[in-house]
Design a protein around this ligand. Structure first.
Ligand SMILES: [Mn+2]
Length: 328
């Protein structure tokens, strides 16, 4: 069976895309053939040659589609790790006119399984299928959404390109993006959620296990805690969300990225300064998680003794968090 996958990348991110592609090829069943469509924001010939060599893992088809990058040059970019390439996904339906359905993937993720089951998701009556973004609940209140509403992470999407073309979705996304300007928190993701919200299918969290699932504080208090726990046990795709990426920082499951990097022609060298930084980040991460776990255990005990003094209790823990923030 054919599985069609789309990435968007510029030359900087292409090496990470290659690692992601390596993980897909390595985990693909023999009977499934991979078709990669790359929305190309300026990937060099040399990089493309290195990517082509991934066929030593498994044969695949690849097509680079040029993107008119000027369309998005005035779009809002609030996060340092993002470039306007994040917005290219808005126009995939127009750039891939011969294709009716595709899996759209960010470059910062690793597949741990064959993608056939994901590609088979029935999206006939939906614009796309995706999973909940579990970080930052409060973002949901922006752009007229309600707190309880389903808010997707746009890093993994099964997209119904046929319906996008029929309903002129690219145009709607771009127009909305221009209209809202800097009122966004998560760039492209906010726009996709706001414009397509009525026709998004929710799929299992295992298809986009965001690295924030591993942070105690993020997961334990989340309404989807039970599903998060399940997804962590059996992840199909790991997504390195946030500005800390495995190629320059400590993140949980960094080793998974390094493992698939080994299957590519790219490499990664950390200098001493970088190594020290990563070690510090590791300690800090563990300490932070420890404090959150401690807070979780201790909170009900303190509550039992001093029900009228919540503020003191909160202050003690906020103090630790404050210290951690300052040492970032
Ligand atoms: Mn991402």
């Amino acid at each position: 069976m054919d599985i069609k996958v789309c990435y968007t990348s510029d030359d900087n991110y292409a090496r990470h895309m290659a690692v992601s592609m390596a993980s897909i090829l390595k985990n693909a069943s023999e009977e499934n053939k991979l078709f990669f469509y790359i929305l190309d924001g300026g990937i060099s010939g040399e990089t493309k040659e290195k990517i082509a060599k991934l066929n030593k893992i498994k044969e695949f088809y690849i097509e680079y589609v040029n993107v008119d990058v000027s369309i998005f040059k005035n779009f809002y970019l609030g996060h340092a790790h993002l470039t306007s390439a994040a917005y290219y996904r808005f126009i995939i339906a127009d750039l891939l006119p011969g294709i009716d359905k595709i899996i759209y993937l960010d470059c910062d993720l690793i597949a741990c399984a064959d993608l056939k089951e994901l590609f088979d998701t029935d999206v006939t009556d939906y614009y796309l299928a995706a999973v909940d973004d579990i970080g930052f609940f409060w973002v949901r209140r922006q752009l007229g959404r309600k707190y309880e509403e389903f808010y997707i992470n746009s890093g993994v999407m099964v997209v119904n390109l046929q319906l996008w073309r029929k309903d002129l979705i690219s145009k709607k996304l771009i127009e909305f993006g221009i209209e809202v300007g800097g009122k966004l928190h998560f760039e492209d993701q906010d726009i996709i959620n706001a414009v397509l919200k009525d026709k998004i299918k929710r799929i299992d969290l295992k298809w986009n296990v965001q690295i924030s699932f591993f942070e105690f504080n993020n997961a334990r208090y989340h309404p989807l805690y039970q599903s998060i726990k399940q997804a962590k046990k059996n992840p199909k795709i790991i997504h390195y969300v946030s500005d800390k990426k495995p190629w320059h920082s400590y993140v949980p499951l960094k080793s998974l990225y390094l493992y698939y990097l080994g299957y590519t022609d790219f490499n990664l060298k950390h200098d001493l300064k970088n190594k020290i930084k990563i070690t510090w980040q590791f300690c800090r991460y563990k300490l932070k998680n420890f404090i959150y776990i401690l807070r979780y255990i201790v909170s009900p005990i303190i509550k039992g003794y001093r029900t009228d003094d919540k503020k003191i209790k909160i202050k003690i823990f906020n103090f630790f968090e404050f210290i951690l923030c300052k040492t970032k």
